[in-house]
Structure formats: C-alpha cells, structure tokens
Ligand binder design. Sequence first.
Ligand code: ADP
Length: 257
Amino acid sequence: LHQRVQVYQTKDEFSALAMMFNAMMDKLERSFRQQKQFVEDASHELRTPIAIVEGHLSLLMRWGKDDPKVLQESLAASLQETKRLKHLVQDLLVVSQAEAPLAVLETEKIEPVPIIKQAVQNMVLIHAEFDFSLDIATLEGIKIAITANHLEQILLILLDNAVKYSTTDKRIEILGYLEGQYTYIAIKDYGSGIPESELPNIFDRFYRVDKARSRKQGGSGLGLAIAKRLVQKYQGVIEVQSEVGVGTTFSIKLPKE
Ligand code: ADP
C-alpha cells in the first residue's frame, strides 16, 4: 500500500524518524486490511438470512393467497430469519467497535451472584436435558464494577456455547472464586473441546472451528469476540482451557470492588 521510506544508517535522527514512519504505516495498513476483512465477513453473514427471507417472500407472492400452509410456514420462517438478522446487526455493531478506543464508562457496582443465578435459571428453562451445577458461594456479598446487562450478556454467550458444543455428557458447571484482587467466574463443559492450535483464534470475529456445525446451531462466530470485548471494557480478562474430547472451561477475571 505505501512506499517505504529508505532508512539511512548515517543520520541518526532521520533514520529514527523514518523507522517510526514505517512502523506507523505498517500499523495503518494492517488496520485497513482488518477493516476490509470485517466488511467482507459481515456482508457474507448478512447475505444468508436475507436470501432466505427473499425466497419465502417470493413463495408467498406466488402461492400465499391460495395455500394457507405456505402462508403460515413462510411467514414463520421469515419472522425467524428477520429476528436472526436483527441480532446479527446488533452483534456487528458491538464488534465493529472492537478497535475503537475504549470509552470511560460510568459503571455500576453490582453483586454478580444474583445475575449468575438468573442467567443459569434462564438456561435451565430452555435446556432441561442439561445438568447445570452452581458453585458460587464464595462470591456471596462480593461486588464488581460492571454493567449488569453486560455481565448477563457475557454469561449467556459462554453458557450458550457450553450447551452448543456439548456432546453426550450434558453437565455444565459454573464456578465462582476469588484470587487476590480478582473475581473469577468459570464455565466448564464436557463437550467437544477445541484443538490447541485453534485456541488463539477463537476470540477473533467470525472465527469458528467447525463452520458447518456452528452455523447449523445458529452461531455467527461473533459470540466470543463480543464477550472478550465486553470483559476488556471492564479491565477484565477472558481465558480458555480446553482439551479435545474432554471439554472446555472459559473463565472471566474481573477486578473486585
Ligand atoms: P459461534 O457463534 O460459532 O459459537 P463464538 O465466537 O461464540 O461463535 O465461538 C467461536 C468458535 O469457538 C465456535 O464456532 C466453536 O468452534 C468454538 N467454541 C466456542 N465455545 C466452545 C466450547 N464451549 N466448546 C467447544 N468449542 C467452542
């Protein structure tokens, strides 16, 4: 993209400046490339649900008046895809800001325990076949600086993944503990696991280890990118430990108030 500036060894100040310029341009170039990739990936993700809705609308136009079954089915499918589209756009907005400087947030100080309990209860309702176990007593009375909505969103992404990538062993454990100035919340599953070579990539936007499986289960490859973005907003860290065929544990580490 850019012409590199020749670095001369003799003039120290000039060569230092030239090196700085080159480094800046490299960074800019990388950022352009990432932006371009993001737009391409996002368009690709949006195209599928739009094509489905388009297909159903043309079915409705042709047969909808005469065939109540087509009418019902196509309306239901279109509504579902439109909802998916709406979530996707919301997710895209969150991750598109991933490289923007972090805003200083007016954060609440909240107790995580009731929020964790609520998130797990919601999961129990929709996934009755799973065995969720909670071990968060050590977090009782502890406060952390995070917006309640955001903590809930992070937990739901991780719990949802634990469910999606579980196989026959349907246990999911939620563990809370304290270490130094930090509060940890860990979500452990006994599912497919993630190959070690893939671990550095899974927090990237749109990255999926198994594209077909993820898509089939409604995944967009944005969940972990969003979770990471949100955790970092609150000076936290998200970590993963995983072994193929054994299971995966995601932990979020947030500063204690
Ligand atoms: P997706 O919408 O595909 O689930 P995510 O960003 O949430 O996107 O996750 C990225 C990828 O990381 C997933 O496609 C999956 O391959 C892998 N992954 C995430 N969570 C787990 C888990 N608990 N067990 C196994 N693989 C996981």
